[in-house]
Write a protein of this length. Structure first.
Length: 72
């Protein structure tokens, strides 16, 4: 089974909407096609970006949504 690194951009895109990035995470949950790899560095960077603002509009993600995203 191939290992695939899911970087910060994938996580940020997935938390913002139901597009390709979220579908990729949903596929990763099944672990039939590939084994997802997410490093601690990616997680720390993702949380920092959520807190400081995503996209050019600086969309800040509340802590409870970040927590729920990780249970997803």
């Amino acid at each position: 089974m191939e290992r695939v690194l899911l970087d910060t951009n994938i996580l940020c895109g997935a938390i913002l909407g139901n597009g390709v990035n979220r579908k990729l995470l949903q596929l990763a949950r099944t672990q039939t096609s590939f084994k997802p790899v997410i490093s601690e560095v990616v997680i720390v960077e993702f949380i920092a970006k959520c807190r400081s603002g995503l996209t050019k509009k600086k969309i800040v993600i509340p802590e409870d949504i970040i927590d729920r995203f990780f249970t997803f």
